[in-house]
Design a protein around this ligand. Sequence first.
Ligand SMILES: [Zn+2]
Length: 327
Amino acid sequence: MAFSGNIDYKRLNDLVSNFVSTFDIDKDTFAETEKLSIKILKEQYLPTETDEWSRDFSLNETVDIVYEYLDSFDHNMAIQYNTLLHQRYEDGTLAVNFVDGKYNPDEESYFDYDQHVQFVFFNNPLDVTTLLHEMIHMMNSCKIEVKENIGDYLFRLIGNTETRVLLGESASITFELLLSEFMLEKGYITENDYNLIYNDRLDSTKANAEGIIVLNELIKLYLRDGHIDFINLTNLLNSRDRKSIVGKVLRYEYRTYECLLDVLDEEEIFINELEKYVLGFTIAKEILKDIDPLKETLWLHDELGNVNSNLDTVIDDLNRDLSVKIR
Ligand SMILES: [Zn+2]
C-alpha cells in the first residue's frame, strides 16, 4: 500500500534541518549504529511455551529481591539502593514514586534528570528487573553543572557526563539480564519467565533499532537533497516495497510511517536517544559472554557515575573487550 501526504513534511524538514545543523551531522554519522541496529533486527527471540507469567510478584517481594541480588555481590550497593528507595528531597518529593500499573496502565517507568524514579509495577516478574534498571540509573547518576546553554546538546549534558549521555542504558540493561539469571537460579522464576523477560527487552530494542534506521534514512535524504519534501518523503515511505535498507529490515509494512509520526509527536529527531538503547542491549549481550560479566558491568556502572569519565577511553576499552565495534 502506498502512503501519500498525510505526514507534515514541512515540519519534518524543519526538525531535521535543525538537528543536522545543531549536531554537525554528515551522512556517515550513524553508520556504526546502523550496523548494530541491523544486527539487533536479525536477533532471534527465545522460545516460549506460554505468554503467561508463572506467578504474581507482590511489591514487597520485588523490592526485597532487588536488595537480595545487590547484597549477593556488594553490601554497600544494597544499602545505597535501600537508602534511595526511602529518600525524600528538600522540596518534599520522594526520590522513588511507586505507581500501581493496575490503575495507571499507560504510565511508564523512568528515571529523570531531576533524580526521580517513577516505578510502575504490574505484580509480575518484569517489575523486579524494571525496578533494578531504574535504580541503577539513579545510583550511577552524577551532577555536572553546565553554565551556558548553547542548544539542545548541552542542555542534555546538564547532570550527565558524555559517557552517560551515550552509554547511560548499558549498565541498567546488563544488570536487568544478570538479575533475571539470578532469579532463575534462585527458583523465583521459570525458564519461560526468563525468556519472556529477555524477549520483552529484545522487542523494545528492535523497535528502537527500526527508529534509528528510518531516522537515519530521513537525515540522509535531507543531506542528499538539501530538504525534505512531499516527493522524497513519499519515496521513503513507500521504500518498504523495494530493495532499500528500510524495505529489507523493518518488521512490518507501516513501521516507517509510525516512526515518522513518533518524531512529529515528540517534535524531536530523537535518534541519539534510540542509539542509547541499541548500544545498551548490544553491550549487555556482549558482556554476558564475558568470563566475569558482573565485574565488567560494575566497571561500566562506575564509569557512568564518574564525573571525570572520558567517553573515548570507555569506548576504546569496550571495543577492546567486546567482539563488536561500539563506535
Ligand atoms: Zn533506562
